[in-house]
Design a protein around this ligand. Structure first.
Ligand SMILES: [Zn+2]
Length: 349
């Protein structure tokens, strides 16, 4: 112990070599010379470290499982004849959907990307159907695949009946007319089955003419006292020559004279979704032309199978006629606001 003190007590005696560990210990205890310093406390042996790779050292933890995306129907409780939208929103942050696919009523549904990794799809709830089977497949960034089988429940609706008197050539067409009718029906059906894979509409739909509704969608129709058909669109009253506007942006798919619908325009809004404008007296657009919402398509007339001038406005999804009121629904408008405006090079006129 004295030897150790003499290390600091210079000149008081012979300096003996202290072990480096002891020196270190005293340097730590204090530099003031004390008569009885406490016994040095030797530090414990330092822990031994080994460099290891972190991913090898941790026990294997599986990555978080992606949750099935939230599926939302718009409207929540649709009734027959309605155009129904659904939105797939990813629930797990950081695990965005890489791909989504859907089938409804036995056919593939084109899906549009919304912001935030969500997808939008459209399904028709046809007249007389109580539920529509829908299957959704989503693939996440990590390759996980999830399949959901759902059923879209469709509520029943009451529809009115109405009777009309029309010229006999419309209820009993001659063979030449029947041939024309068959060809036109095929042309329209083939057109309405073409699916443009991206949405061409954006924002809320507008009524294409100013008049009041004279005949709703789904009405039972007795023509010359026989039940002949269901009304597949919405009739809007108007005078001959009143303007008819595109209810949203899209591409003119058909613009021509047809036997039953008269002078007609069909507009493709993308995703298999079309609007139609019948019985026009005049058309202002040509097939293939891009139209903006509110652009003049033609003028109200009384061509085709009609009793007087009016606009018949039709909405179709995959060639199934749905109620035009469904695209005027505020919830559908809010959803349509989430679509990005389609980038279309406007043709020079
Ligand atoms: Zn009509």
């Amino acid at each position: 112990m004295r030897d150790a003190v003499s290390v600091h007590d210079r000149g008081a005696g012979p300096v003996r070599r202290a072990s480096p560990r002891l020196l270190a210990a005293f340097t730590l205890v204090g530099c003031v010379s004390l008569p009885e310093p406490p016994a040095p406390v030797l530090p414990p042996d330092p822990p031994r470290f080994e460099i290891v790779r972190l991913d090898e050292a941790l026990p294997e933890v599986p990555p978080p499982l992606p949750l099935a995306p939230r599926l939302r129907w718009i409207p929540e409780a649709p009734s027959e004849g309605w155009l129904v939208a659904f939105v797939l929103e990813p629930q797990t942050r950081g695990l965005p959907l890489l791909e989504a696919h859907a089938r409804a009523g036995g056919r593939d549904i084109a899906l549009a990307r919304l912001g935030g990794g969500a997808y939008l799809g459209l399904v028709a709830a046809p007249l007389g159907e109580q539920d529509v089977p829908v299957e959704v497949l989503v693939i996440f960034d990590d390759g996980t695949r999830l399949t959901q089988k759902l059923s879209l429940r469709v509520g029943a609706r009451e529809f009115s009946a109405s009777s009309f008197r029309v010229p006999r050539r419309f209820t009993d067409p001659d063979p030449a007319m029947r041939e024309r009718i068959a060809q036109e029906r095929e042309l329209v059906r083939a057109t309405l089955r073409l699916v443009t894979s991206t949405p061409l509409w954006h924002g809320a739909f507008m009524r294409p003419a100013e008049g009041r509704t004279t005949s709703p969608y789904g009405q039972r129709r007795l023509l010359n006292r026989e039940l002949r058909s269901r009304h597949t669109g919405l009739d809007i009253d108007g005078d001959m020559g009143d303007p008819v506007y595109a209810s949203n942006s899209g591409r003119v798919a058909l613009s021509r004279d047809l036997f039953y619908s008269g002078s007609s325009v069909y507009v493709d809004h993308g995703l298999g979704f079309y609007t139609a404008y019948f019985h026009l007296s005049q058309r202002e657009v040509t097939e293939g032309q891009w139209v903006e919402k509110g652009e003049l398509l033609g003028r109200i007339g009384a061509t085709g199978r009609v009793t007087g001038p009016h606009l018949h406005w039709g909405v179709y999804l995959h060639a199934v006629a749905v109620d035009p009121l469904s695209v005027l629904d505020p919830d559908f408008a809010r959803l349509s606001d989430r679509l990005t405006r389609p980038a279309v090079a406007l043709p020079k006129k």
